[in-house]
Ligand binder design. Structure first.
Ligand code: SF4
Ligand code: SF4
Length: 388
């Protein structure tokens, strides 16, 4: 298979860094807005990509409960990190947006109402991790599935092209193996890259698996060679090494029932003594979708309805007549954890967690949901009853 030789779904090819640059150019020529990981303010977030020089070249992250450090300029690796604080959620479900606006019409008492109908460009997500693709699948169920899909989300999400970067460098906070969402990509991608270890000159090659016809079309013009047995073996080793190094675990067997049976467990109060109710965990989570609306008016008579992200930890979010349903930190944390790992199943037939570890790294006091779930399992009322 030489340059420009035709490729099809399920083919596995190898490209170099120049090939990645040409792939980005190919996607841009096809009309996509290419967006992916970039370094900003000492963290990996998302931004426009014009070439591989915009990626976090040589960056490696050190993460732990309540900590995140990025070491820059180490080598030629483009994907030598896990996940940063930003998730793709913000690209399709922005932190703030205008839902509609109303303005007085000249000479009539009837206002004209305009629904937000912006036509966002179609995104190509370049370098999304497998757990992040799983998170998008969950958000699709929540915001695009059901009887009343969210029009703004659907408008932004339709046609998204996904280039996955399989994960060879999990952080200590990752536990995607427990959730079945990584480190290899299994579905939901147009192309899946795996960065191989560096060659003698320090540069990397990439095994690319083709997941869709449009993935094949985008790759058609990119110089490539067919992946050989050695390339495929190298990919397997990268991924099995990542699995081996991932030491954090979440025991998911019976977890849904366990949490449902332990709403009065004393651990909720113990955790609340540390929890700041800051909501960071919900903001960085790629699947949390709570929002609130606010109507804003000015003296000209214009009214706008704004939607913004909310959180289990925002007391106003559960406010109904007379006060908030969840008025204590313990009840907010319990709502967050039990929704994510238990009642999400009732609503959407899936867990709400993909094991990305963001809520652990970005919790200012290092509260770790895997530790919380394990503590409840260890001392649950059900277990005591069973062991008696
Ligand atoms: S709950 Fe935490 S680990 Fe799970 S998806 Fe959300 S941020 Fe990631
Ligand atoms: S668990 Fe951590 S991140 Fe979440 S609200 Fe409490 S202190 Fe903030």
């Amino acid at each position: 298979m030489g340059d420009n030789e035709s490729v099809q779904v399920d083919d596995e090819v190898v490209i170099g860094r120049r090939g990645l640059d040409e792939l980005m150019a190919s996607l841009a020529a096809l009309g996509y807005e290419v967006t992916g990981p970039v370094v900003r303010d000492g963290a990996i977030v998302h931004g426009p990509l014009a070439g591989t020089g915009d990626l976090p070249v040589g960056c490696h992250d050190q993460q732990g409960p309540g900590s995140y450090r990025l070491e820059e300029g180490q080598d030629e690796a483009l994907f030598g990190w896990a996940v940063g604080p930003a998730s793709w959620k913000a690209s399709f479900f922005p932190p703030r947006e205008t839902v509609w606006s109303a303005a007085p019409q000249d000479g009539s008492g009837t206002p004209s109402i305009a629904q937000a109908d912006d036509e966002p460009g179609t995104l190509a997500l370049f370098g999304a991790r497998p757990c992040e693709v799983a998170a998008l699948d969950i958000l699709d169920r929540v915001l695009a599935g059901g009887e009343v899909p969210d029009p703004s989300y659907v408008r932004r999400r339709t046609g998204t092209f996904i280039v996955v970067a399989e994960c060879g460098t999990p952080a200590s906070t990752c536990f995607c193996t427990s959730m079945g969402t990584g480190p290899a990509a299994t579905a939901g991608f147009d192309l899946a890259l795996c960065e191989l270890p560096p060659g003698g000159d320090g540069t990397h090659e990439y095994v690319v698996r083709i997941g869709s016809a449009r993935g094949a079309a985008a790759l058609e013009v990119v110089p490539h060679r067919r992946a050989g047995a050695a390339d495929l073996d190298a990919r397997r080793q990268v991924l099995s090494g990542a699995e081996t190094r991932m030491s954090r675990r979440l025991e998911v067997d019976g977890l849904r029932e366990l949490l449902a049976e332990n709403i009065d467990h004393p651990r909720w109060e113990e955790t609340a003594e540390r929890c700041l109710s800051c909501g960071n965990c919900t903001l960085v989570c790629p699947t949390c979708f709570c929002s609130d609306v606010r109507d804003v008016s000015d003296l000209s008579g214009t009214v706008e309805r704004h939607r913004h992200w909310s959180s289990c930890f925002d007391r106003a979010h559960s406010y109904i007549h007379g006060g908030p349903v969840r008025s204590t930190t313990a009840s907010c944390y319990r709502q967050w954890l039990t929704h994510k790992l238990s009642t999400w199943w009732d609503q959407f037939d899936t867990s709400g967690c993909v094991g990305c570890g963001r809520c652990i790294s970005w919790c200012p006091v290092g509260i770790d949901l895997t530790e919380e779930a394990a503590a409840i399992r260890e001392t649950s009322a059900t277990r005591e009853g069973r062991d008696a």
